[in-house]
Design a protein around this ligand. Structure first.
Ligand SMILES: NC(=O)C1=CN([C@@H]2O[C@H](COP(=O)(O)OP(=O)(O)OC[C@H]3O[C@@H](n4cnc5c(N)ncnc54)[C@H](OP(=O)(O)O)[C@@H]3O)[C@@H](O)[C@H]2O)[C@H](O)CC1
Ligand SMILES: [K+]
Length: 223
């Protein structure tokens, strides 16, 4: 199974959007629909779903997932993690749409009430240690051992190395898009990702793309 680094995945994302012309919002919608497939497969308690969404496209996936669940009548709440005014365009568009659906974001959620947490805070764009406050929140969430579905990567895991960036959410399942990431198969990332499901969302790989040898060398799990 081909594994990729975070930057390889971002190159594939960019090629699909900028060269092929596939609108980013279509990819985000397909990503969200692929997660709904997994959620609907019957392995999770869906009584109260809490979606945690961040500033980047990972967060946009999370808001789209919330909308799809809300439209199907699920008891779903959305908590934005970070300063909404700093959120990317893709997230702002998703937030504007979900407001028209009538869903009001929760300011602060009680994790204890949730039966399932959807982690859409950070994905492959994580580039540094998590902010202190978020590290504390993640450690508290791990402590109460809630079932977590991670979107693309568990927040806090470096998608390339599998190292923890201060703290990382422990996922029961990770739904990752396009290719599996090296960081989900090795070091702590290999453990915290749980059951990794790779979903095709229509990303195209450039014809002359050469995967780094890092990717090939790390197909075995060396946690
Ligand atoms: N690109 C596509 O077509 C699709 C991508 N998918 C999803 O997108 C994410 C990758 O999205 P990206 O926006 O690149 O990254 P993230 O959502 O992981 O978050 C990055 C944002 O967060 C900021 N950031 C990064 N590290 C930190 C940190 N340690 N502390 C605070 N903030 C941080 C970052 O800001 P910068 O200014 O630092 O760049 C970004 O704002 C991928 O994982 C998929 O889930 C879609 O699924 C498909 C289409
Ligand atoms: K995530």
């Amino acid at each position: 199974m081909q594994l990729v680094t975070a930057s390889e995945m971002q190159k594939i994302d960019t090629y699909t959007v900028n060269t092929i012309g596939m609108p980013q919002d279509v990819l985000i919608e397909r990503a969200a629909l692929s997660v709904i497939d997994v959620i609907g497969a019957g392995h999770f308690n869906l009584e109260h779903i809490l979606v945690l969404a961040g500033l980047g496209n990972n967060g946009a996936d999370g808001v789209a997932i919330t909308r799809l669940l809300y439209a199907q009548g699920f008891n779903v709440s959305l908590q934005f993690v970070g300063n909404v005014s700093r959120a990317k365009e893709s997230v702002q568009r998703q937030l504007a749409i979900i407001e028209k659906y009538g869903l009001v974001r929760s300011e602060k959620s009680d994790f204890n009430e949730a039966t399932l947490i959807i982690d859409a805070i950070f994905g492959t764009g994580l580039n540094n240690l998590l902010p202190e406050g978020l590290q504390k929140m993640i450690k508290a969430a791990n402590h109460i051992e809630k079932t977590v579905i991670a979107i693309d990567t568990p927040t806090g895991i470096d998608a390339t190395t599998g190292e923890v960036r201060g703290a990382a959410l422990k996922a029961h399942t990770t739904v990752t898009f396009g290719y599996n990431k090296i960081g989900l198969t090795q070091r702590v990332g290999g453990y915290l990702s749980g059951n990794v499901i790779v979903k095709d969302i229509g990303l195209l790989t450039p014809p002359d793309f050469s995967f780094s040898d890092t990717a090939d060398k790390h197909s075995a799990t060396d946690v």
